[in-house]
Ligand binder design. Structure first.
Ligand code: NAD
Ligand code: UDP
Ligand code: UDP
Length: 338
């Protein structure tokens, strides 16, 4: 097998873009892998809006053309159907590497995190592009520190059902730092906490999309375990602003990008009920293995160095997601002739 570590330790530091303060005046070429997905498509919208040329690389594993269809015909936008587990040749200034099956029902047994990240780092090294990896709060596992700071090394089960994702992202971070130290690639690491918003996969099993879709369909909201576990929910526009601030800034990271507002799953169900349907009910289900008991980002580092913080609280963000979900569920029902 080929070694994972970069071989060319004597390669000079890449000449990757030194971004001027007025970035909107530059016409950057940017790749977004996973750009047909939930977060990726919102990021692409922001980059196009500020005048960048954007190439999306996506194999549509969980992403949808619908998320990008409004950009078809825009001369600054290109879409390539490609699996990042295979090498690819492109010429760009920046690479946002999001491609990854991100939900528990999708990510099992998938090598994307390791092989896809390796290829995108190889690409960044060859062309001197700046590389950003979207890592995850899952690198902290079931945390023994609360809230989690970037300095915490985590508490992850290496052989559990979630390991493919947690350990995959940890490996992706390791590869990213190896290419940075060994080959001089300019890198950025974001550790994203639970994010929600329009265009989320309807049935990917994540808690916000599940509760919202269930409440709209008049089904009980499925609470796993006792519902006392906590998560901190970030609205997607806040995340996208954080990703761009990180990419364009001068700091490698890792940076936690999340909203510190912490909720138990029962509290989340209550907010969904207030937002969508006051008669919504809940139903308890057994919890999944190795489910983290709590999660909340310490975002002091991002506030301090990136001048970034989230702006949209759950009670404001949720209604914006609900109208998108209502439309899509309605369309689905019509297509099924219900
Ligand atoms: P998503 O599933 O909507 O998007 C992932 C995209 O990657 C999809 O369009 C999918 O088709 C594409 N993809 C998957 N495997 C691929 C492959 N081998 N080649 C090419 N494309 C591939 O998920 P998302 O929520 O938008 O997540 C985007 C990124 O953010 C992921 O890296 C994820 O790990 C990270 N993240 C998301 C959250 C969150 O709460 N949404 C939290 C932490 C980290
Ligand atoms: N790679 C790619 N596009 C490029 C350059 C490299 O997809 O433009 C892939 C390459 O095929 C390899 C990986 O990135 O699988 C790592 O490349 P690197 O040059 O670092 O490693 P090497 O090929 O020297 O093992
Ligand atoms: N969860 C739940 N009901 C659902 C889906 C998830 O109670 O229908 C719980 C899950 O057990 C976990 C939390 O919600 O404790 C967040 O799960 P999700 O898969 O959204 O994100 P992650 O576990 O990756 O943070």
């Amino acid at each position: 097998p080929r070694p994972f570590l970069p071989q060319h330790t004597l390669v000079p530091r890449s000449s990757a873009v030194r971004l001027p303060a007025t970035i909107s005046e530059r016409r950057l070429r940017v790749v977004v892998t996973g750009g047909a997905g939930f977060v990726g498509s919102h990021l692409v919208d922001k980059l196009i809006a500020r005048g960048n040329d954007v190439i999306v690389v996506d194999n549509f594993f969980t992403g949808r053309k619908d998320n990008l269809v409004h950009l078809f015909g825009n001369p600054r936008f290109e879409l390539i159907r490609h699996d990042v587990v295979q090498p690819i040749l492109l010429e760009v200034d920046q690479i946002y590497h999001l491609a990854c099956p991100a939900s528990p029902v999708h990510y099992k047994y998938n090598p994307t995190n390791v092989m896809g990240t390796l290829n995108m780092l190889g690409l960044a090294k060859r062309i001197g592009a700046r590389f950003l990896i979207t890592s995850t709060s899952e690198v902290y596992g079931d945390p023994l520190q609360h809230p989690q700071k970037e300095t915490y090394w985590g508490n992850v089960n290496p052989i559990g059902e979630r390991s493919c994702y947690d350990e995959g992202k940890r490996t992706a971070e390791t590869l990213t730092m190896d290419y940075h130290r060994g080959a001089g690639v300019e890198v950025r690491i974001a550790r994203i906490f639970n994010t929600y918003g329009p265009r989320m996969c309807l049935d990917d099993g994540r808690v916000v999309s599940n509760f919202v879709a269930q409440a709209i369909r008049k089904q009980p909201m499925t609470v796993y375990g006792d519902g006392k576990q906590t998560r901190s929910f970030q609205y997607v526009s806040d995340l996208v602003n954080g990703l761009v601030a990180l990419m364009d800034g001068e700091h490698v990271g890792p940076f936690n990008l999340g909203n510190p507002g912490e909720f138990t799953m029962l509290e989340l169900a209550q907010v969904v009920k207030e937002t969508i349907d006051s008669s919504a009910t809940i139903e308890y289900r057994p919890n999944t293995a190795d489910d983290p008991h709590m999660r909340k980002p310490d975002i002091s580092k991002a506030k301090d160095l990136l001048k970034w913080e989230p702006k949209v609280p759950l009670r404001e963000g949720l209604p914006r997601m609900v109208s998108d979900f209502r439309n899509r569920i309605l369309n689905e029902d019509e297509a099924k002739g219900r």
